[in-house]
Each structure stands twice: as structure tokens, then as C-alpha cells.
Design a protein around this ligand. Structure first.
Ligand SMILES: [Zn+2]
Length: 290
């Protein structure tokens, strides 16, 4: 990597503010790089539905109110005179793992990213699945796993991320009958990291919620297997810092419940973590492969 800089994106509801901050950081990085004249373009990984052909954001589900219709390709051309490749962030994470991580050596992969929400992506025969309206494969977090469950931010009921993700976790814990007696009730905010720590100490509420969340992710993974026929399932996202607990349980559930007469799906933890999407935009510039 030639240069890298991180800027905070949280705390703003406005994509224009983020893009403006990006413009100045990127101008500085390009100016300080001796190889900037060889820059082929800008890869942009975004947390929502995107039109990857026209470089426009389609929908962002509760994030960045000004994102829909945002002309990122136009921004890249105007500010940098460079082409832009825009893609959904779970898809770029899958591409990164395929290119240089847990998916190397396979061309049939599905990925779930477990974090604030739950992202999904599918690759079939070495090609990212996008679909007519750019929704194919990337709504893995919005596969229904409980038709009588919680209402999701997307409008559906009982989605994977409504039943098990960082945004829904506090409400899930609060609804458990043993919550008031649990150390979870004393926390200012409930994260999966804290939930897993408290579960290890034997708290009944934390154990029940942890195990239920793992089953929700596993059920989502089985649906991804049934829908897209992969040979590898990759699990990524911040929640996978507890991979030792999550991975074997999900792998066992898939072995038990997925209908795969050809053999067993391999279940792997992502290896690139935060850098997966960063690396995953590289193959987007290879028109032969993507
Ligand atoms: Zn949903």
C-alpha cells in the first residue's frame, strides 16, 4: 500500500460532507505520491444499494439522507478527472476476500458481513452477482428468518439484521425475560463484544441472546447457500472478532441444515477484515473479471 488515511464517517447524516472531506484528503494523498500519474481511477465502496454501471447510489436505508441519486461518478470526473467504480460494500468485501483473502482459490462464494447491519454478497463462477436492479445477493441481511419477528428498517419482518445485528441488539436484549437481572441492563450501550464477554461469565440472558443471534446468522447463511450454490461461505464484519465462538457453531448448523447433496460447504472467517473492501475495489478495474 502506497498511502492510507482514515477519516471519521460517523456522526454525519450528510454524504456531501463526507465526500467533501474525502476530496481534500485524496488531493493531499495524490500530491504526496510519486506515482499519482499512474492512478487508474477511484474505487468507492458504499453501504447501500448502488448502480455500479452508472456510478450512482440508489438507496441507503437510514444512512445519509442525501445519498440516493448522488452522482459519485460525476464527482470523481470533476474533482480528479478519473473514472470511478462504485460498488456495494459487502460485494467489495467479498471481492477482496476472493482476490487476496479467505476466498482465494474458489470462484463460488457467498459472504455475510456481521456488524451494525448485516451485509451479503454472492459470486457465481467468478462473477459478482448484481441483478437487474443491482439488488441480487447483497440483501443477505434482509433474508427473512422469522416471519413473526421484529420489524426491520427495510420494511420487511424478521430479517437477519432485525433479529441479530448491532443496531437491533439492545432491543433484543431488553425484550429477554431475564434482562433486568442481567449485567447487560447496567451497561450504557450493548455491543456484541460486551455480550460475548458477559456470556462467557455464565449470565443466562447474555448466553440465550448470544446463542439465538448465532442461530439467526446460521439460518441466514443456509438461505444464502440454498439461493446461490456456493462452495465457500465467508463470514466477516466487526462481530467476527469473536470468531472462535461463532464460526464452529455456524459451520455445524450449515452442515446439519443445508441441502447440498454434492458435499459440504466450507465455512471460513474473513481474513482481511477492515481492509477487505479496500482491496476489493482493485479487481473492479479489471473489466475482464468484473
Ligand atoms: Zn430488512
Amino acid at each position: 500500500m502506497l498511502a492510507c488515511e482514515t477519516i471519521p464517517a460517523r456522526g454525519t447524516e450528510n454524504l456531501e460532507v463526507v465526500v467533501s472531506a474525502l476530496t481534500s484528503v485524496m488531493q493531499r494523498l495524490l500530491a504526496s505520491s510519486p506515482k499519482s500519474d499512474r492512478c487508474r481511477g477511484i474505487g468507492f465502496s458504499f453501504c447501500g444499494l448502488v448502480d455500479s454501471r452508472r456510478g450512482r447510489i440508489l438507496s441507503s436505508n437510514d444512512k445519509y439522507s442525501d445519498a440516493a441519486g448522488f452522482d459519485l461518478a460525476g464527482w470523481a470526473q470533476t474533482e480528479f478527472n478519473l473514472p470511478l467504480r462504485l460498488e456495494n460494500d459487502a460485494r467489495t468485501a467479498l471481492l477482496g476476500e476472493w482476490y487476496a483473502g479467505a476466498g482465494r482459490g474458489s470462484n463460488d462464494i457467498v459472504m455475510l458481513t456481521l456488524g451494525t447491519g448485516v451485509g451479503g454478497a454472492a459470486m457465481i463462477d467468478g462473477k459478482l452477482l448484481r441483478g437487474k436492479h443491482f439488488q441480487a445477493g447483497c440483501l443477505g441481511g434482509h433474508l427473512g428468518v422469522n416471519h413473526k419477528g421484529r420489524t426491520c428498517s427495510c420494511g420487511n419482518i424478521g430479517c437477519v439484521e432485525a433479529e441479530a445485528s448491532s443496531w437491533s441488539l439492545p432491543a433484543i436484549c431488553a425484550a429477554h425475560p431475564l434482562f433486568e437481572k442481567s449485567p447487560l441492563a447496567a451497561l450504557p450501550g450493548i455491543s456484541f463484544e460486551r455480550l460475548f464477554q458477559i456470556a462467557v461469565n455464565g449470565d443466562a440472558c447474555a448466553l440465550a441472546v448470544r446463542d439465538a443471534c448465532i442461530e439467526v446468522w446460521a439460518a441466514g447463511a443456509v438461505s444464502m447457500v440454498h439461493a446461490y450454490d456456493p462452495e465457500v461461505v465467508i463470514l466477516g464484519g466487526g462481530v467476527m472478532s469473536s470468531a472462535q465462538k461463532i464460526l464452529p457453531a455456524i459451520s455445524k448448523y450449515i452442515d446439519r441444515h443445508a441441502w447440498t447433496p454434492w458435499g459440504k460447504v466450507m465455512t471460513r472467517a474473513a481474513t482481511l477484515m477492515d481492509r477487505a473492501s479496500l482491496i476489493g475495489v482493485v479487481p473492479l478495474f479489471d473489466t475482464e473479471s468484473q
